[in-house]
Design a protein around this ligand. Structure first.
Ligand code: NAD
Length: 256
């Protein structure tokens, strides 16, 4: 008989790596892991932003280490895991959360350079994360991974084909890798947010913000903490039989 207790039960001795933790959903996720008692490896390409996340966690009494990494660079991703293991000796949870986009354009006008840049960060970056995180999780006896996909990974997104194709790829990676490692005690899920109140939304005018949130049935963007809580729940023992899902966190938008 499985018994359930506090959500924090499996985090107090755990180590969580969060990529893209210098801002937005990644920072909120790193902070939530730390609140739940995990040691956190804060990964970002931006030293200042990553350092600020570590300071925020430490000021709240948590434990975190910044590892500067470009998630699209295989050498750096390999070194990221080596550094995490050097610091904490194990890895239990990983969140592959970095993506980028290009200026909106029909597929016929996308440059090869933009296609390669967007897909190498948003899709190849997730694959590289999985490739190097999974052996570390296996050495720790199993664990859980969450990949941040998007509404654009389960629905068409005209004008944003490199991003949407990457996010569909992230969902495909999630489903396939689930089957490769389910029997080894590794669960892999994806979250699919729509509009979240992070840098991209904050850089828009109020009119543009109203326009993009109009499609959300709940009539507002998500707070980053509302996505972070789902990510951390998916990593928790309370989701112990949940794997292979691409879970919309979207205020109902997928039901339109
Ligand atoms: P954000 O822009 O607030 O933060 C992204 C972080 O990633 C930044 O700190 C940045 O420095 C870092 N980063 C960028 N390139 C990197 C690289 N090559 N290597 C390592 N770090 C890098 O992002 P966000 O809005 O919180 O989005 C996080 C994830 O959620 C992304 O995968 C995004 O596609 C997805 N998402 C966001 C929204 C939204 O509305 N914000 C909606 C759906 C999906």
């Amino acid at each position: 008989m499985v018994s359930f207790s506090s959500i924090s039960r499996n985090f107090s001795d755990g180590v969580a790596l969060v990529a893209g933790a210098g801002s937005g959903i990644g920072r909120a996720t790193a902070e939530r892991f730390a609140d739940e008692g995990a040691d956190v490896v804060v990964v970002d390409i931006d030293d200042e932003a990553g350092g600020e996340t570590v300071s925020r966690i430490e000021n709240d009494g948590g434990n975190a280490t910044f590892v500067r990494t470009d998630v699209s660079d295989s050498t750096e991703v390999k070194a990221m895991i080596e550094r995490a293991l050097e610091e904490y000796g194990r890895l239990d949870f990983a969140v592959n959360n970095v993506a980028t986009g290009a200026d909106p354009a029909p597929v016929t006008d996308i440059s090869e350079q933009d296609w390669d840049r967007v897909t190498s960060i948003s899709q190849k970056g997730v694959w590289l994360g999985l490739k190097h995180e999974i052996p570390a999780l296996l050495d720790s006896g199993g664990g859980a991974i969450v990949n941040t996909a998007s509404h654009a990974g389960i629905r068409g997104s005209p004008g944003r084909t490199p991003y949407s194709a990457s996010k569909h790829g992230v969902v495909g990676l999630t489903r396939s890798v689930t089957l490769e490692f389910a029997a080894d005690g590794i669960r892999v899920n994806a979250v699919c947010p729509t509009i979240v109140n992070t840098r991209a939304l904050q850089s828009m005018s109020p009119e543009e913000q109203d326009e993009v949130t109009a499609g959300v049935p709940m009539g507002r963007p998500a707070d980053p903490a509302e996505v972070a809580s789902v990510i951390v729940w998916l990593c928790s023992d309370d989701a112990s039989f949940v794997t292979g899902h691409a879970l919309p966190v979207d205020g109902g938008q997928t039901q339109r």
